[in-house]
Design a protein around this ligand. Structure first.
Ligand SMILES: [Zn+2]
Length: 110
């Protein structure tokens, strides 16, 4: 994984500024560089889930895709980003009821 130096990510200071701004406007659930790692780890976890669970998450996304603001706007992109953003929110910040619901479907929390 790497940061694209052509796009805000040309210094540690600019990365921190961009992430903070993105989080404040609700675009992403992450606000620190380490949060990106957690988000990407969420993608890996999703790949390891049973197929039946992945189908349940896809169905959940189809039903709720316009109501994922509690997590982030990026979570509305597709069910994979919905899951990665939910995982990040749960792991690194205060998980919203919506994120907790998604992680319950995934069997990650009770
Ligand atoms: Zn992602």
């Amino acid at each position: 994984m790497s940061f694209n130096s052509q796009f805000h990510y040309n210094s540690r200071e600019n990365i921190a500024k961009k992430l903070k701004r993105d989080k404040e406007r609700g675009a992403f659930a992450y606000g620190k560089p380490a949060d990106i790692i957690t988000h990407e780890f969420g993608h890996l976890m999703l790949k390891g889930l049973p197929e039946q669970t992945i189908h349940k998450l896809e169905a959940y996304y189809q039903t709720n895709k316009n109501d994922l603001e509690q997590i982030s706007r990026y979570a509305k992109t597709n069910f994979r980003e919905m899951f990665a953003e939910s995982f990040l929110q749960y792991r690194n910040t205060q998980a919203s009821p919506r994120a907790r619901e998604i992680l319950k479907i995934a069997g990650i929390i009770e």
